[in-house]
Design a binder for this molecule. Sequence first.
Ligand code: NDP
Ligand code: A1CAB
Length: 270
Amino acid sequence: MRIGFIGAGSMVGAIARGAVAAGMDGSSFLFSDARGVSAPALAAEVGGTVASSNDTLAWQADLIVLGVKPQVQSAVIAEIRSTVKQRGQEVAVLSIAAGRSLESMSRDFGATVPLMRAMPNVNAQVGASVTALCPNDVVSDAQCEAARSVLETVGSVVDIEEKDFPIFTALAGCSPAWFFQMIDAFGRAGVKYGLKKAQSVEIAAAAMLGSAQLMLKAAAEGANPSTLIDQVTSPGGSTIAGLLAGEEAGLSTAIVRAVDAAVGHDHRLG
Ligand SMILES: NC(=O)C1=CN([C@@H]2O[C@H](COP(=O)(O)OP(=O)(O)OC[C@H]3O[C@@H](n4cnc5c(N)ncnc54)[C@H](OP(=O)(O)O)[C@@H]3O)[C@@H](O)[C@H]2O)C=CC1
Ligand SMILES: O=C(O)[C@@H]1CCC=N1
């Protein structure tokens, strides 16, 4: 199967590198970009080929990954739509763009072509993305499985209904940035108390990783976050003091507001 990546930025780079690390044959990958720098670099790194244009790539690939920003996606689809329509069921398109619905992409193609929507996250760089996937009605099982097997090289894949993409995008696509923001704040707190920033960041990140691992294990056994919070908060202890101070400062509300803003923005991208 030839996979054509349109765009060779951070997310496509993570997926292409992850796929090769998982044993996929990089020589079957094609890349195109806007400025002629990132695609040749990534192609050289994974053993792939640079396509001379987006349309050439669309002729040659069995699966086209639209890895460009949502704002330029319509222009890219305009370059490849005639080819994709001519090729019919021979080619499927996988978009990783935030906010672009299957319906709006179909409108850009001017026809119902085999089209899938996915939402990976930056943790694909360490093989730990949790990625949503949703095909349209004309994607074959084989095409969907092909896309799934590429995405599974960089983490886990969950099937969700398309209506849930905005909240999934906030909870999994955007949240890594907010977790990094929290780690940065912990880092600054460490500095306030005399630790070096790098050491504080490492400590906070390790604590966050362990907490996430414990949460996943406990959730599989039916527990919820409150159960684990109760295990940490000793009566009269420092955790409950910090927990209540955090709530007084609006920690939970701030998180829900961040999600609200991201969901609202996603709806506007259309
Ligand atoms: N970053 C993230 O955490 C996540 C991103 N996404 C989605 O992934 C997509 C890509 O994001 P990201 O990788 O961060 O973005 P980047 O800016 O890193 O990469 C965008 C790529 O698109 C290329 N490009 C722009 N215009 C064209 C064009 N006309 N033809 C061909 N290639 C073009 C750029 O080329 P050049 O290199 O030459 O500039 C660049 O390689 C977005 O739609 C985003 O919503 C989804 C989940 C998470
Ligand atoms: O910020 C964005 O729009 C993209 C989607 C999820 C992560 N980055």
